[in-house]
Design a protein around this ligand. Sequence first.
Ligand code: TYD
Ligand code: MG
Length: 458
Amino acid sequence: MTRENPYRCAECGASQAKWAGRCDACGAWNSIVAETPLAPGTAAVLRRGQVLPLTDLKTGAEELPRARSGVAELDRVLGGGLVPGSAILLGGDPGIGKSTLLLQAAARFARSGLAVIYVTGEESAAQVQMRAQRLGLGDSPVRLASDTSLRDILTTLEAEAPDLVVIDSIQTMWLDSIEAVPGSVSQVRATAHELTAFAKRRGISVVMVGHVTKDGALAGPRVVEHMVDTVLHFEGERGHQFRILRAVKNRFGPAGEIGVFEMTGRGLIEVKNPSALFLSERARTAPGAAVLAAIEGTRAVLCEIQALVAEAPSGQARRSVVGWDGGRLAMILAVLDARAGLGFGGLDVYLNVAGGLRVGEPAADLAVALALVSARSGVVIDPQTVIFGEIGLSGALRPVAQTENRLKEAQKLGFTSAILPERPRRAEGSGMVLREFGDLPAVVATLFGPREARPDRD
Ligand code: TYD
Ligand code: MG
């Protein structure tokens, strides 16, 4: 290695063997400065810190050490367990059960040997203790701290060095260096950033609760989502007992994975067979109902799509949808109108995914369309039939991913037939009657007659 010249021009960067009043490369005056040499070894450290062969990184998801809570629904959503040093955000509506879930999870992790500290900024320690009693976790080795000053909390955590910390909630935390009230965008961002950095630095897992607020009075979890490794949403209808824990983002596992729970008088219990639960309240003989075989995360889940169609009293017809995308509903209505001659003009349309599940995949198109036609015509769809498939704007049906998986789940639950898009290769004997169709008009004609149209409408 050649020895570097000891002087450099601050203007053009040319290196010089000796000091001069003027740079002979760019002509600038008084720009030559002495270069401070790097301490021996520094360069090598820098080089090593900045580039690493990809193959050397020991962070393959499979190799990560993980702590399991023993709550299968939670461990799966985390990607197979809790990764040390990970920062997790749990978002959800106020009152949906985030504190309950985390207190129960904390107790399970503590019982499995982790040192767990639960920091409550919303409730008093006594309130959390009372809840723990009610949940039958009174003798759990979880330690409690009631505080909102992040500075103090971090000092405590540095000293205690637990394995897992729950921060309930990020909207109550504040740093004295930020001149804003707790819950403001700058406080939420700064405190979440400190906690995430702390998690990485100390290899301590941090779970932060973030309330989703519709009125915007508090900064929502959105401002934190990009910082953390994992974003979980806790979803459900408050009047309903089902709760769904969904991995919206996960650096350590598949996103989209869900865990299903039921809120009871003694806390949350795992639902091992969500399909049975979602179908438990179904009215088998009502028009407007179609059973969808959906894929949530890595597993198939059956749920009921319910449609109601009613004469619009006057003026603008209503479109109301719960658990599915409103824009997608508008598209299906347009396709039914344009390709199958089934107009919904002058009709109110209500669509609901039963059980509080939120379905995001286009594979629900066909079940939605058939539920709508069933509601419009009053013709009941066979309750032993499961439906799935994507609908294109042309009315063509497109095959969807994991067909076998969906059929297997349906068969497990006693369904005897399926309506699905045509595929190049047919499935071999699944034990069910498979009715494959190329386009929507063909399905409608087969199920509801050659041209389903009410004589009193359109
Ligand atoms: P909570 O965990 O406090 O919600 P969050 O932290 O998301 O605001 O849960 C609040 C609701 O859960 C409350 O309305 C009561 C209900 N709940 C039960 O039904 N059973 C229980 O065992 C517990 C602890 C709460
Ligand atoms: Mg709470």
